[in-house]
Design a protein around this ligand. Structure first.
Ligand code: IVH
Length: 709
């Protein structure tokens, strides 16, 4: 928790590392809480971890992990849908991983059917859609039931939700069989997925790891009005119970599905040779990145339905079909552009903008390119990477998620290159036009613009108005940038003089109302939102300054530790030298040397002090909550365990109150426990405390101890 970097400031790599760490830490706390019944941190600390994880995921959707804590939230909806027994089981498919496996599949089928050498075996090939399978039962041409696959024998009844999906007809066209179970895949396109996640992130709601999870989460909603809002689609490719199917081949049957009003996949084709199948497989793999939806392989099916019937099933897999999977961790896609991001410190980081592609279950649209050498094909150690091949705009590249999460470009296909121009790393900062220099022996290129470079300033302003800082409604990233470009807001204080600067007679309002995207109402609202922040919680102010390593949690600790801005600022100005001020700072739980130095450096810089002084002409920091009580309290820093029944307050209240006085509340007794508060009915925890010689008191004595005098 110490030295936590603000989410806004995380680089792609740092974010990936942080998400990995949070996944592990949160899983550990979940275990401690649920399984071991012995939480190790307070609810507030736990919530802060979850919140940080959510914020990082919202900012870097491509880094959302398969084991994300968010993915594990809540009870599985399977408990809440009625069960449906499938009239014909929904089976899975065997897998082929290589061309040889496919040759072997065809040979197996030929052997099973004892086909003569010259007898043709027609097999279809079509994309394997990465969604979730659904069985739709039609009676008399009307949709009567929709069920998920479940375990194959029994699924969940999601009829109400299926009815909201545009691609799923509620009544069939033409003259369908009396009973007809259509099977296929529910999925979401990349574009719809991206828009959904963006909207979710804006609402502060859960973001999905990949289109498949988003489709599954959307279909399995208890409230079908939510499903209706979600852009789900459906491809039909198979069937279950059918009263009478007027088709002799897979191809004809799929043609019927289309004639009844279903979407069928346009890439399905039928071949007489294995070579044909494999060529189609590779053609589909090449097009994978540009299809606009996720597929994870190609499915081959014996075309003749009478042969399918003869081949039948082995355990849960048909002998007449197989899935030829793509390798999961790598994918080929197009490098659409190389963009340069300028960080708060002026570092120019090249970022690859990719045609979105799924790699190991996650949609990747960006990859870090680190620095100029990396693009040129030179590694950190000066050795060639990608066998020395450089990267250019328009290249077809192989993307990999290394170490599970960081998307990387591991190879480039020179044979498909049509761009004759090697990439030129900019010599000027794309943000301010200042020279960008690369010092001898350094890998990074930096903008020399310093204070005049808007990238740094805008980044700082964005942080200043962000949700955990000043949280000014109506002043988001876009507006900050626009106001910067207009020269209206160049530093935090400018926000608070915005209205007044254009004249006290409302000309500010008029001027802003004329700006694109602004009306009188939104302008009035903005000025009101700004006014609401003229008083600000101390911890928010400290966080808003964007001091290196000062995250939300650290800001809180500092605010509680000093109580007022005056005390904090005075102490920080002296925190650079050995002495009482530095000692006090280091004594705050969670503050280490790195953080202390960062704080001291910030306050040693005159222009930082001036900037804050100008801000404080318009903004009044509030005193932090109960700083004195926490510091002076007899239980500050103590670890307390409550056990048995409390009579004067609830467990939750007891815990909250103890924590506000600086105590740590734990669920289990150990040698580290300082006090056990035991009520009637206390059992093993009390026994253990007595064995360990820990101070035990009843509720009354506890209240006497903490009663504020
Ligand atoms: S045919 C009896 N065709 O893959 C086999 N399945 O791994 C019926 N899938 O549960 C399935 N695209 O959810 C078939 N074009 C396709 C498919 C497909 C995706 C899924 C389906 C199935 C799973 C098996």
């Amino acid at each position: 928790m110490t030295d936590q970097i603000a989410v806004q400031d995380l680089t792609l790599e740092e974010a990936a590392e942080e998400l990995a760490r949070l996944a592990e830490v949160i899983a550990g706390h979940d275990r401690a809480y649920h399984t071991e019944d012995a939480p190790k941190i307070s609810d507030a600390e736990y919530d802060a971890l979850r919140q940080r994880n959510r914020e990082i995921e919202a900012r870097f959707p491509e880094l959302v992990r398969g084991d994300s804590p968010e993915a594990r939230v809540g009870a599985p909806p399977s408990e809440t849908f009625a069960k449906v027994r499938h009239a014909v089981p929904m089976l899975s498919l065997g897998n082929a991983f290589s061309d040889e496996d496919v040759t072997e599949f065809a040979a197996r089928v030929r052997r099973f059917l004892s086909l003569k050498e010259d007898e043709a075996l027609a097999i279809t090939a079509e994309p394997k859609i990465d969604g979730l399978s659904l069985s739709l039962r039609y009676e008399g041409g009307r949709l009567v039931q929709a069920a998920t696959r479940g375990d194959g024998a029994e699924g969940e009844n999601v009829t109400a939700n299926a009815r909201t999906v545009d691609d799923i007809p509620t009544s069939l066209k033409g003259d369908p069989p009396e009973v007809f179970e259509v099977r296929g895949e529910v999925y979401m396109t990349h574009a719809d997925f991206a828009a959904l996640n963006e909207a979710q992130a804006e609402k502060g709601a859960k973001v999905f790891a990949n289109p498949r999870n988003a489709a599954a989460g959307s279909l399995r909603q208890l409230d079908s009005s939510i499903t209706r809002e979600r852009p789900l689609r459906f491809f039909a490719y198979a069937w279950g119970e059918v009263s009478d199917l007027p088709a002799a081949t897979q191809t004809e049957a799929v043609g019927l599905l289309a004639s009844y009003g279903f979407e069928t996949n346009p890439l399905m084709q039928v071949f007489d040779t294995t070579e044909g199948l494999l060529a189609h497989y590779h053609a589909i793999e090449e097009r994978r990145a540009t299809l606009g939806y996720d597929i994870d392989g190609v499915v081959y099916k014996v075309d003749r339905l009478d042969w399918q019937a003869r081949l039948g099933f082995r355990s849960r897999e048909p002998r007449w079909a197989i899935a030829h999977k793509f390798s999961a961790e790598k994918a080929v896609t197009r490098l659409n552009a190389i963009e340069i991001q300028v960080g708060r410190t002026g570092k120019l980081t090249p970022v690859a903008r990719l045609e979105p592609v799924t790699v190991g279950g996650v949609v990747v649209s960006n990859a870090t390119l680190h620095n100029a050498d990396y693009i040129a094909g030179i590694g950190n150690d000066g050795q060639p990477i990608r066998e020395g091949r450089d990267l250019r705009r328009g290249d077809w590249v192989t993307v990999q998620r290394a170490g599970d999460v960081i998307p990387q470009i591991v190879d480039v296909d020179i044979s498909r290159r049509d761009n004759p121009e090697p990439y030129q790393f900019p010599e000027k900062c794309p943000e301010c036009g200042s020279h960008a220099v690369r010092e001898a022996g350094e890998a990074d290129t930096r903008c020399t613009g310093g204070l005049i470079c808007p990238a740094q300033a805008v980044e700082r302003l964005r942080h200043f108005v962000s949700r955990l800082a000043f949280d000014i409604e109506g002043l988001g990233e876009k507006q900050v940038r626009a106001f910067w470009d207009l020269g209206w807001v160049r530093e935090p204080a400018d926000i608070f003089t915005l209205e007044a600067r254009f004249g006290p007679d409302g000309t500010g309002l008029q001027k802003l109302s004329k700006l694109e995207g602004w009306g009188e109402k939104s302008a009035t609202n903005l000025f009101r939102a700004i006014d609401e922040r003229r008083e600000i919680a101390l911890e928010r102010l400290i966080f808003a300054l964007g001091i290196r390593h000062v995250g939300e949690t650290t800001a809180k600790l500092l605010a509680r530790g000093y109580g007022s801005w005056a005390a904090f600022a005075a102490a920080m100005e002296r925190a650079g030298e050995e002495g009482e001020a530095r000692e006090h700072l280091l004594n705050i739980d969670g503050v280490g040397k790195v953080l202390a130095d960062a704080l001291a450096e910030f306050f040693a810089e005159p222009h930082n002090r001036d900037l804050v002084a100008r801000l404080l002409e318009h903004v009044t920091p509030l005193e932090a909550e109960r700083p004195a009580a926490a510091a002076d309290s007899p239980v500050a820093g103590k670890t307390v365990v409550f056990t048995g029944t409390l009579e004067r307050m609830s467990r939750a209240e007891a815990k909250a109150r103890a924590e506000s006085l600086g105590a740590k509340v734990s669920g289990s007794v150990s040698a580290k426990t300082d006090i056990v508060v035991a009520g009637p009915g206390a059992g093993s925890k009390l026994t253990k405390a007595e064995q360990l010689g820990i101070q035990v008191m009843d509720e009354e004595s506890w209240l006497n101890l903490i009663e504020e005098k």
